[in-house]
Design a protein around this ligand. Structure first.
Ligand code: MN3
Length: 243
């Protein structure tokens, strides 16, 4: 379950992604999306070895396992993006639904995670800053609450900054590879994520060992506020998630 107070409304825009997806002969094969920066680019906050294993091994395994799950159920034809797939798990045959949830979530969450980080410094837009002020008293309050959610998530999972249907911000967390786009599967919050922190041990253990809180504090040196601001705008204006 998504660890937030769930609101009743489902998100029609998210449903539309898969409803409009054309059907093809064979389900497409997903590929590992390359990083926008080098392995060392996030140092000293996230080391090159961690980035290498995390992207080239862990993320690659989710891609391979998602493809294998889809290959194992040839009656299910889908050629949309991963976002549409995991936003409509009900349309996935039950036999492969858990595998698609875990591995499709793993693929999308990691792409979203890396795209939200950058070695380049940037600032939140005025609109995002204003939203953070309303919901958390400011960007510092946002950081504090999201770092706390990262530490409190028991076991493996993700901390999220999400936009509610009314445009307000909220902090959430999910276990495993679940994410807020999974709708009814995580509590149907009807919200759109705009930033995430991967709190699986593979995201930090080589450098930080057991000190998840240090990782969840230092990661703010890497957050791409320009990208998060674009995601906020997309969530509010277009009601769509943006990787
Ligand atoms: Mn990970």
């Amino acid at each position: 379950m998504l660890s937030i107070l769930a609101t009743a409304a489902a998100f029609p825009a998210l449903r539309a992604v898969s409803a409009q997806t054309p059907k093809k002969e064979k389900t497409m094969q997903y590929t590992l999306t390359p990083l926008d920066y080098g392995r060392k680019a996030l140092e000293p906050w996230i080391d090159a070895e961690t980035v290498g294993y995390h992207h080239d091994k862990h993320q690659a395994a989710y891609v391979a396992n998602l493809n294998a799950a889809l290959d194992s159920e040839p009656s299910f034809k889908y050629d949309g993006d991963v976002c549409g797939l995991i936003s409509d798990l009900e349309s996935v045959p039950e036999k492969i639904r858990t595998a698609v949830r875990n591995n499709g979530g793993g693929v999308w969450n990691h792409e979203f995670y890396w795209k939200g980080l950058s070695p380049k410094k940037s600032e939140p837009s005025a609109a995002l800053e204003n939203a953070a002020k309303k919901s958390f008293g400011g960007v510092d309050g946002l950081k504090k609450l999201m770092s706390e959610a990262s530490v409190k998530q028991f076991g493996s999972g993700w901390a999220w900054l999400i936009v509610n249907p009314d445009g307000s911000l909220k902090i959430a967390s999910t276990p495993n590879q679940d994410n807020p786009l999974m709708g009814a599967y995580v509590g149907a919050c009807g919200c759109i994520p705009i930033l995430t922190i991967d709190v699986w041990e593979h995201a930090y253990y080589l450098k930080y060992k057991n000190l998840r809180a240090e990782y969840a504090k230092n990661i703010w040196n890497l957050v791409d506020w320009k990208r998060v601001s674009e995601r906020y705008e997309s969530a509010v204006d277009a009601k769509k998630p943006l990787v």
